[in-house]
Design a protein around this ligand. Structure first.
Ligand code: NAD
Length: 487
């Protein structure tokens, strides 16, 4: 895959010959170079996807499903290789890549493989004499742009429903982490996906991404990334009014009530923010604690944070790897200064680890900061191992803090009171709410946000809905019914 794009079933160089260095987040060393797609390459990829669309969408749905199921099996056959590739490229601890990223990717492709021949239409009860049925038809060529935090898993979240529904795909992975997407394309070729059904155009956002978002041959753009880029995608999409799906940033509220099982909540809150170095849109990055338990909670939580093992992502004992890029590490560290400037208290972390073995990598210590709800660290997405603690005394206050950002993606709450749990879940403005757990995802359960976290849903039938158009057909079944102007 070195220096190559995947277009029309062939690995080929970018037309202009540009390349991008892919660096290891653990030490900054060059892993490989990949081709940098530009506008002309994206045009070729879209043309290939357009040519592939008629046959792919006309293929028996069960046949499309069978290919997705074969792909899921193939991913499992290559599980260890994919886990290593993902960890090298992104810095995910290998234990997470093995236990989560790879199995979840296979499970998602398998789920949508099974879904392909269950995309049923409906018959609408209309007035006598007419039959009205609605079919769900694929949109055509869909463009998919993904970020660097879960590149392997996002291939399945994005491509699974799109392909099951009969669309063809041009996918642009992040310039920072393109390797697993290119490898998945190779595996798709091996299991027999026809040429042009999936095309991979790694490249920079402002060139390849921009072209894909504005391309008139693309019927829908599905984007996962920051809210800032999401706005650009919406602007770029306007030329042909393509459909847009946006999975954007978040500032997850994770509320711990005074009656919670503290042991479970401390563990869950640490997972909520520190898994994947906090580089998760749904991370529980605002820890909202009842004042009665806050001190005890924080003492135990900061102890736990300090005990997290940082290290080489390929070491199975490592619990936290490096951040994905040096630039991003610096951005995360800058938030410690921003917190201090606004009067925040750093309870632990806020700096790179002192261990000389980690000096070359993009590491940040697990960071816990106490601040006020209006502070920048309580409002802006840091996207690192950085949690902002806020205190409350009443349920109403907790809710006001939880709903007090422009985002609305993931949220969690910890309580033994069933009524309170459901009442809060109903009122937290977020696409997902986890009660006495955090960050659970399943291919069957809709995933997406409200407000500036975006719109549209991945996973489940909601995703199929988002990758199809409803087409309504009216049939006159009564020969006595005549057009209006018949004399
Ligand atoms: P980003 O917005 O910088 O980049 C995401 C993708 O968009 C990359 O592939 C990039 O090359 C591309 N891109 C950049 N500029 C573009 C442009 N002008 N036109 C078209 N494409 C462009 O985001 P990132 O830093 O890679 O990822 C982190 C962000 O992603 C965070 O904000 C995080 O919350 C968000 N995210 C959201 C979800 C979700 O499901 N809601 C999931 C994961 C990550």
């Amino acid at each position: 895959m070195q220096n190559l794009l995947f277009i029309d079933g062939r690995f080929q160089a970018a037309l202009a010959g540009g390349t991008i260095d892919v660096l290891s987040p653990s030490d900054g060393a060059l892993i490989t170079r990949i081709a940098a797609a530009e506008a002309a390459d994206v045009d070729l990829a879209v043309a290939a996807a357009q040519r592939a669309f008629p046959a792919w969408s006309a293929l028996a749905a069960a046949e499309r499903g069978r290919l997705l199921l074969k792909l899921a099996d193939k991913i499992e056959e290559h599980a260890e290789e994919l886990a290593q590739l993902e960890s090298r490229d992104t810095g995910h601890p290998i234990r997470d890549s093995r236990a989560l990223d790879v199995p979840r990717t296979a499970a998602c492709f398998r789920y949508f493989g099974g879904m392909a021949d269950k995309i049923e239409g409906t018959v609408i009860p209309v007035e006598a004499g007419f039959l009205n049925y609605v079919q769900r038809k694929p949109i055509g060529v869909v463009g998919q742009i993904v970020p660097w935090n879960f590149p392997l898993m996002f291939t399945s979240w994005k491509m699974g429903p799109a392909l099951a529904a009969g669309n063809t795909v041009v996918i642009k992975p992040s310039e920072l982490t393109p390797l697993s997407t290119l490898r998945i394309a190779e595996l798709m070729q091996e299991v027999g996906f026809p040429a042009g059904v999936v095309n991979v155009v790694p490249g920079y956002g402002h060139t390849a991404g921009q072209r894909l978002a504005e391309h008139h041959g693309v019927g829908k753009i599905a984007f996962t990334g920051s809210t800032v880029t999401g706005r650009r995608i919406v602007e770029a999409s306007q030329g042909n009014l393509k459909r847009v799906q946006l999975e954007l940033g978040g500032k997850g509220a994770n509320i711990v009530f005074e009656d919670a099982d503290l042991e479970a909540a401390i563990n869950g809150a640490a997972w909520a923010i520190f898994h994947n170095q906090g580089q998760a849109c749904i991370a529980g990055s605002r820890l909202i604690l009842h004042e009665r338990i806050a001190d005890e909670f924080l003492e135990r939580f900061t102890d736990l944070a300090r005990s997290i093992r940082l290290g080489d992502p390929l070491d199975p004992h490592t619990e936290m790897g490096p951040l994905t890029s040096a630039l991003h590490r610096d951005r995360v560290l800058a938030y410690a200064d921003i917190a201090r400037e606004q009067g925040g208290r750093i309870l632990t972390g806020g700096k790179a680890p002192s261990d000389p073995e980690l000096a070359a990598g993009y590491y940040v210590e697990p960071t816990v900061v106490e601040a006020q709800p209006g502070d920048r660290v309580a409002q802006e997405e840091v996207f690192g191992p950085f949690v902002t603690v806020l205190r409350f005394s009443t349920d109403e206050q907790a809710l006001a803090i939880a709903n007090g950002t422009q985002y609305g993606l993931g949220s969690g709450l910890w309580t033994r009171d069933l009524q309170r749990a459901h009442r809060m879940a109903a009122n937290i403005r977020a696409g997902m709410c986890w009660i006495n757990c955090y960050k659970r995802v399943s291919p069957g359960s809709p995933f997406g946000g409200l407000g500036e976290s975006g719109y549209g849903r991945e996973m489940g039938f909601e995703a199929i809905h988002d990758y199809t158009e409803a087409r309504s057909v009216w049939v006159n079944v009564d020969a006595q019914i005549r057009p209006h102007y018949q004399r």
